[in-house]
Design a protein around this ligand. Structure first.
Ligand code: SAH
Length: 228
């Protein structure tokens, strides 16, 4: 394929497949994944693979999650317009852009509604450049920080999700959720199977957890992650 590759057609086909498989159901998430060009968030050499439903390498040993995983996480988070969301693990910025698009009050609305933390400095400029080029620079604020500790400066959040797996759920993430908030996070030891968890804070003292199934994410580093 060459520069005439019809990415829009490939994107529409992937989304139709995810809908017919029953993975994509929420109208807001369908619209968001139709709007965000995944090919703009992967290294140039990987553009032709952007609409295969698989994780892709983005450098520094990190990956952009598979589209079906992003669909599942956005839907389980029950994202609603205007929410304040924290992402741990910016990577390419793609997942943050889909989240920002899902919670946009209207297309083109501005304001930093998604705060995204990344621990690998060199990925921050990659993500910021991708987000700016695709029009999400105003809606996603990327920061260099250890996300295992959350982000106290902007807490509390309506929703928090992690795209890297710590050994257990970091307490600061639960603490930084608003009442009725939801946290989606993969948890598990390196090299073993991980589980995607959905933590719901019904009230400051009533926390429930549901298992959403087995997953494979990169390890979360940092204080409540794997120290190295
Ligand atoms: N959401 C990303 C997926 C990135 S992979 C996307 O759509 O492309 C997970 C990312 O988490 C990696 O970039 C990794 O560097 C980052 N990460 C790992 N531990 C972290 C921590 N403690 N704080 C912030 N980011 C972390």
């Amino acid at each position: 394929m060459n520069s005439h590759t019809d990415f829009e057609e490939m994107r529409a086909r992937l989304i139709r497949n995810l809908v017919s498989q029953g993975v994509l159901r929420d109208e807001k998430v369908i619209k968001a994944m139709t709007a965000v060009p995944r090919e703009e968030f992967v290294p140039r050499s990987q553009r032709e693979q952007a609409y295969i439903d698989t994780p892709l390498q983005i450098g520094y040993g990190q990956t952009i999650s598979a589209p079906h995983m992003i669909a599942i996480m956005c839907q389980e988070l029950d994202l609603k317009p205007g929410q304040k969301v924290l992402e741990i693990g910016t990577g390419s910025g793609y997942h943050a852009a889909v989240t920002a698009e899902t919670i946009s009050i209207e297309r083109g609305s501005s304001g930093n509604q998604v705060f995204s933390l990344e621990i690998v400095k060199k990925l921050i400029s990659f993500a910021e450049d991708n987000l700016r080029r695709t029009g999400y620079g105003d809606r996603v604020k990327v920061m260099e920080a250890d996300g295992s500790q959350g982000y106290l400066e902007e807490a509390p959040f309506d929703r928090i999700y992690a795209t890297a797996a710590p050994p257990s759920v970091p307490q600061p993430l639960i603490d930084q959720l608003k009442p009725k908030g939801i946290l989606i996070i993969p948890v598990g030891e390196i090299g073993f199977s991980q589980e995607l968890l959905k933590i719901m804070k019904k009230s400051p003292t009533e926390i429930t957890a549901a298992r959403l199934g087995g997953v494979a994410f990169v390890p979360m580093r940092g204080r409540y992650g794997f120290r190295s």
